[in-house]
Ligand binder design. Sequence first.
Ligand code: SAM
Ligand code: SF4
Length: 440
Amino acid sequence: MSPSAAEQRQPRVYMETYGCQMNIADSQTVAAVLRRAGYAAAERPEDADVILLNTCAIREHAEERVLGRLSDLARLKHRRPDIRLGLLGCMAQHNRASLVEKAPHLDLVAGPDSYRRLPEMIGRAGFDPAVDVRLDRAETYADITPEHDGSVRAYVTAMRGCDKFCAFCVVPYVRGRERSVAPEDLLREIRELAQRGVREVILLGQTVNAYRFGDVDFGALLRMVARVDGIERIRFTSPHPSDMTERMIEAMASEPKVQPYLHLPVQSGSNRMLAAMERGYTVEQYLALVERLRAAIAGLALSTDIIVGFHGEELSDHERTLALIRSVGYDQAFTFKYSLREHTRAFRLGDTVSEEEKGRRLAEVIALQESISLERNRAAVGNLFPVLVEGPARRGEGMLAGKTPQFKTAIFPARGARPGDIVNVRIESATAHTLVGSIA
Ligand code: SAM
Ligand code: SF4
């Protein structure tokens, strides 16, 4: 569809998002703020008046990618100096002092609590860049309904920030202190999403199960969301092992809409490392929690995050991580080489494991997890799963893709099914990452 004359006169904004689901959700909030201020979306940077990168600071590599992208965009700005180029999010907050020096072509720099002020910042940006990286203990953007992309699944931010201060992690410094969105605001947003065809919501927060607003804790919130008509599936990420309450486990076990899948980051299988990381639990406590969860929730799938090569990690600690992965038998794991981050408690300790050795340990963790993922997926062959259809599969003519309750990707011949349908799929074969089957 070609843009109307009114749309042609509107300034256009192009946005790229890096990092976690929280950033995807934040970009949808930014899009809503800018639409209210009269901006239209551009599909390509070349068509835009304003280009924004919403960034991640969790590892050095994430920051390097953005700096590389910024130098590409600087060439475009050189040809069209009227373009306003802005950096948003965690990297803006993390590098507030040095960014304008490192990337002199930036016109604006806005941290995660400054998005409401973006329209005036864009207006102000000119000879000097507009910089706003104030953290705000109260900002939840509760009154702003994020732009939704039209898919059957939507991210909904339930809480922002983090108070845990794990020794390796920059999140509390760049996203500020923990704060929860009022349940009535969340429910209003989720009802609106349901009316627009969303069937599944993923509640988001860095430690989402630390959610609390007045008397409403996370278990109570799950039950409230389960009452919203039209929403068939509820998920959330990431829960912290220390904030897992009985009330929350009961809600997961008894509310059929809450899906049997948990991403439960462990980080390491060594108590010495967990203490140094200041994670707040031991291996034994984590394993006892996994046992409780599996006993309470039928068909539960588990995934995790693992960091290899943290300060002081010996081979014996690494072996313990491998042993923990084997003993839990995760369905999936997200694995990272430790990256030293300025401002964190572990920063001054430095690195003790070489990049090469981190690479070796990472490869070992990945190989082990791949074999376990394959084994667990193969165990699904022959079984029937209700799959929420999302859309065409990336590969395979006439194939659809969707997720099982355990958040595994299933692909199958369409046979008339449409996005938003829940169909029963019998699994016929499996790889470590995908289940293949047919509608039963
Ligand atoms: N809040 C979540 C939690 O604690 O479970 C995790 C949020 S963080 C965005 C996602 C993952 O990035 C973490 O679980 C951790 O494995 C990884 N991570 C965080 N800081 C890191 C660092 N300095 N180096 C490598 N990986 C890191
Ligand atoms: Fe980072 Fe720890 Fe907070 Fe997760 S819980 S965001 S790892 S500080």
